[in-house]
Design a protein. Structure first.
Length: 74
């Protein structure tokens, strides 16, 4: 499976995503002195981009283990 290009960029930027400003000339500004658009960066980090894919051949039993004494049959 190919890795996500967006996920790769997020990992390089440590989870930050930047969006282009949306400019609307017909919407009045709340602060008239602002003449340039505002670009917002948000943290959108998800571990699914660092997950490992694996293929299990054949039937079996899955067990989730956390710590030394806690485990669950899944």
């Amino acid at each position: 499976m190919w890795k996500s290009p967006n996920g790769t960029i997020r990992n390089i930027l440590n989870g930050t995503v930047f969006r282009e400003p949306i400019l609307c000339k017909n919407v009045p500004r709340l602060v008239p002195g602002w003449t340039k658009p505002i670009c917002i960066g948000r943290h959108a980090f998800g571990d699914q981009y660092r997950a490992t894919d694996t293929v299990i051949k054949g039937a079996g039993k899955l067990k989730l283990v956390f710590g030394k004494h806690l485990f669950w049959d899944v």
